[in-house]
Design a protein around this ligand. Sequence first.
Ligand SMILES: Cc1cc2nc3c(=O)[nH]c(=O)nc-3n(C[C@H](O)[C@H](O)[C@H](O)COP(=O)(O)OP(=O)(O)OC[C@H]3O[C@@H](n4cnc5c(N)ncnc54)[C@H](O)[C@@H]3O)c2cc1C
Length: 379
Amino acid sequence: MEKIDMLIIGAGVVGLAITAELTSKFEDSTIVLLEKHDSFGRETSSRNSEVIHSGIYYPVGSLKAKLCVEGKKLLYDFCNRRKVPYSRIGKLIVAKNEQEAKQLETLFELGRENGVTDLEILDRKQVTLMEPNVKAEAAIFSPSTGIIDSHVLMERLESIAKQNFALLAYEHEVKEIHRSNNGYVVVYRMPNGDEDRLECRIVVNCAGLNSDTIAAMAGIDIDSAGYRIFLCKGEYFSVNDSKSNMVSHLIYPVPHANLEGLGIHVTKSLDGRIRLGPNAFYVDKPDYDVNRGHAEIFFNSAREFLPFLELNDLEADMSGIRPKIQGPGDPVKDFVIRHEADRGLPGFINLVGIESPGLTSSLSIAKMVADMIKHDDIV
Ligand SMILES: Cc1cc2nc3c(=O)[nH]c(=O)nc-3n(C[C@H](O)[C@H](O)[C@H](O)COP(=O)(O)OP(=O)(O)OC[C@H]3O[C@@H](n4cnc5c(N)ncnc54)[C@H](O)[C@@H]3O)c2cc1C
C-alpha cells in the first residue's frame, strides 16, 4: 500500500488553497489531493456570486469574520501577484425605508468591530450621486468589496500545488476511512471503477457538500458534533444586457437577521453583466435547475431598489448549493475548521459548513489549516 504524508479530500477552492499552502510549507512531504470529479471546482466553488466580501455581516469573534477580513487582503494580494482577474468594484447595502436605515447603523458598527474600517454611511442624495438609477433611503458603501474570476483563481492554486509536486488525482472518490497505527487508511474509487487504498498521517477533509459524510467515515457522530450538512440552494436570474450599465456597484439589501442568505442582491460579473440572486431555500438533494416560476419573486424584491427593472428583463441563469450546518430555523452557525485530536483522531482536520464567505476566506483558511499541522506530526 502506498504511504504518503498528507491527503486532502476535495478540489474546490478551499482544498486547492490548502494543497498549495501545505506544499509550500512542507516542501519535503508527499501530498495528494483526491477529487471525485474530472477537474477542480465542479461544485460550490464555481456556483457562487464570485464576490470578495469585506467581512461586515458575521458575528464578532467568529471564524467567518476573522477569516473573511484576513482572506480579503490575502486574496487581493494574490490576485495582483498571480494575475487573477478581479475588480474592486465596491458595494452598497441599501435601506428601503427609515427602519432599514436604522439597521444600517447596527451593520456599520458590526463591520467596524470586525475590522472593516473603510465603510461609509450615505444619505439618499449621496446614493443618488453614486448610483442614479438605484432607489434608497440610505446606504452603507463598502469600497473594499470586489469581484473575482474564481476559475482563474483555482487554476493558479492548482498550478502552484503541481509545481510544488503535489499529486492531484481527479476522478478519485473517497469511499472509506480507517484508523491505522500510522494514521489513516483511505479507500478510494479510481476512474476505471476499481478501488485502491493509501495510508497517510494527515487527512484534511474539504469535501464541501459531502464533508459530513467524510467526517462520518472517520467515525465521528455528525449529529452530536453538529456537522450534519443541510443543503441550502440559491438561484440566480440574469438581467437583460441592455440594463447592464444601469448600476456600477454591487447592490445588496439589508440582510435577514438569521443570515440564511444575504437577500436577493445585484452582482456584476467582470464582463459587466448584471445578475440577481441568490435566493435561499433548503432542498433534500443537490440539483442545479433554476425554477423559472421564481422570476416574479426576484423581480418583486429587486425592483424595490431597482425601479428600472421589468419582469421580462429576467432570465433563469444558474444556481449553487450552500453546505450549511445551520438547519432551517437555526441561528447562524460558524465555519467548523477543527483538528480532531480530542476525538481520538490525531492528524484529522475537518472543514465543515464552509459556505459564504468561503471563497473570500480560502487563502486565510489554508493558512489556518497549515498552522494546525506541525512538522513533528508527519515524521
Ligand atoms: C449561491 C452561493 C453564493 C456564494 N457566494 C459567495 C461569494 O460571493 N463570496 C464568497 O466568498 N463565497 C461565496 N459562496 C461560498 C463559496 O462558494 C464556498 O464557501 C466555497 O466555494 C467552498 O469551497 P469548498 O472547496 O469548501 O467546496 P466545494 O467547491 O464544494 O469543493 C468540495 C469538493 O469536494 C469534492 N468531494 C466531495 N466528496 C468527495 C469524495 N468523497 N471524494 C473526493 N472528492 C469529493 C467535490 O466534488 C468538490 O469538488 C457562495 C456559495 C453559494 C452556494
